[in-house]
Design a protein around this ligand. Structure first.
Ligand code: NAD
Length: 448
């Protein structure tokens, strides 16, 4: 099938590359000329495992191309995915101005039937707005459909998640839209594609469930899912805070809970809280749209509050150990909002760092992937060539992103190079016994 993807960011580029990989003829459009230039040269504009190779392979096969011209994308196909940003406004409401603008442009430029599919995360009833915009600006010259197809991929495992999703959800209001979307996803549903990832396919030849709902339900499924996951994280963080007070170990509590198949072990890692471009803004937008429609989502407001407090409670731990921050050198391991990505958006690590600097500390930072972008946004940090270099001469070491490679560092040698071998592990990355054995004082989240 010919497919157009508008917005070539973390979702659009992965979707475009994977849709080409499963055999479609895809044009990805973006209004950022530097992204298009890099992609045409085979370079991914951000780090995501497996993606750059997939982009290059499908460009060579002639199934994936990039354009900075919206008209070209609209003319290419009748199936158009919107993968545009939906950032938060100060009120918490999702900013849908880009979605509105592009929809308006599609309506005026369309040369025939179009199926406009929102893959961006949008509040419930946004599809109705897109539908209305198409009606108003197309002059009803051509037929069109508007569908919702939320994306559930996670950065760091995005290619894997797209090709082996737990489910595909399509929200449609017509048989034609349903038929087209089933056709788009047929190779994923049947698991008929060539790409070999390092991780084996977890599906054992089973079909991927494709759930067809109406548009409003589909939009709600995305917000409800992300908010539920955020709630799990805040739940275990609340438990961790209680563990700190009573001398229990939150990793053991989480393990004991997670064996229960009704609960499951995922998203029960205590730490300094969730961040990234999805959970914080999606929670806010969900609370906002619920309120607008007459439901005060108190449960989710509390989830947000607990998350915001995690950074403060971690900083309190730092201060309890270091006492005065002014004049101290603090090493920070990890800047990205989670491992295996260079995405800094709404990263709790940066929230911690800003507060350290406000209190007069000097911060020496290292992140395996996110330092190029961080240098531009936070020029006042000292960026180091390695994790060990960041810790040298520091009064304390803070672990803020759980990159697995930090576990490989020779802590014994490192402890001798610090002014004070003190580690505050905001992600419970390390085994406390191992760190203490290496000569460190050690504090973590919800563990004695
Ligand atoms: P992003 O900022 O990485 O990508 C958006 C892209 O749209 C950018 O490349 C930008 O240049 C481009 N763009 C902006 N205006 C444009 C225009 N007028 N025409 C063409 N391109 C334009 O955002 P993202 O992380 O890919 O997220 C996109 C949507 O998907 C959001 O709604 C997000 O909530 C949702 N989502 C994100 C993730 C994730 O892990 N990042 C996962 C699932 C869903």
């Amino acid at each position: 099938m010919k497919i157009t993807v508008i917005g070539t960011g973390h979702v659009g580029l992965v979707a475009g590359a994977c849709l080409a990989e499963i055999g479609h003829d895809v044009v990805c459009v973006d209004n950022d000329p530097s992204k298009i230039e890099a992609l045409r040269a085979g370079r991914a504009p951000f780090f995501e495992p497996d993606m750059e190779a997939m982009v290059q392979r499908n460009q060579k096969r002639g199934l994936l191309s990039f354009s900075g011209v919206l008209e070209e994308g609209i003319a290419h196909s009748e199936v158009i995915f919107l993968c545009l940003g939906t950032p938060p406004l100060p009120s918490g409401e999702a900013d849908l101005s880009v979605v509105e603008r592009v929809t308006h442009q599609i309506a005026t430029l369309a040369d025939g039937y179009k199926l406009v599919i929102s893959k961006s995360t949008v509040p419930v009833l946004t599809g109705d707005r897109i539908q209305r915009t198409m009606e108003v600006y197309s002059g009803r010259k051509h037929e069109f459909d508007v569908a919702s197809n939320p994306e559930f991929l996670a950065e760091g495992t995005a290619v894997f998640d797209f090709l082996y999703p737990d489910r595909i959800v399509v929200g449609v209001e017509s048989e034609r839209a349903e038929k087209l979307l089933r056709e788009v996803y047929e190779p994923v549903v049947r698991q008929e594609f060539q790409w070999n990832l390092e991780r084996p396919c977890p599906r054992d030849g089973r079909k991927i469930p494709l759930l067809v709902t109406n548009r409003n339900s589909s939009e709600l499924i995305k917000h409800a899912s992300n908010s539920f996951l955020a709630m799990k994280i805040s739940y275990i963080n609340a438990i961790a805070n209680l563990c700190d007070k009573v001398g229990a170990d939150v990793t053991q509590v989480a393990e004991g809970m997670g064996y229960d198949h009704r609960i499951g072990p995922q998203f029960l890692r205590a730490g300094i809280g969730f961040g990234g471009f999805c959970f914080p803004k999606d929670l806010q937008a969900f609370v906002w749209i619920a309120g607008k429609n007459g439901y005060d989502f108190r449960l989710l407001r509390e989830v947000e509050q607990i998350n915001a407090e995690q950074v403060d409670s971690f900083l309190q731990k730092v201060k309890d150990q270091v006492w005065v921050l002014r004049g101290k050198t603090i090493a920070v391991w990890g800047l990205a909002f989670k491992p295996n990505t260079d995405d800094l958006r709404f990263s709790p690590a940066l929230a911690v760092i800003e507060k350290l600097q406000e209190e007069g500390a000097t911060v020496r930072a290292f992140d395996p992937k996110a330092m190029d972008d961080a240098r531009k946004e936070y020029p006042s940090l000292t960026y180091c060539g390695s994790a060990a270099e960041a810790a040298e001469g520091a009064d304390a070491l803070l672990v803020l992103t759980e990159w697995p490679e930090f576990r490989e560092i020779d802590l014994k040698a490192l402890s001798k190079k610090m002014v004070r071998p003190l580690m505050l592990d905001g992600r419970n990355l390390f085994d406390p016994a191992v760190v203490r054995e290496a000569g460190f004082e050690y504090c973590s989240m919800g563990r004695p």
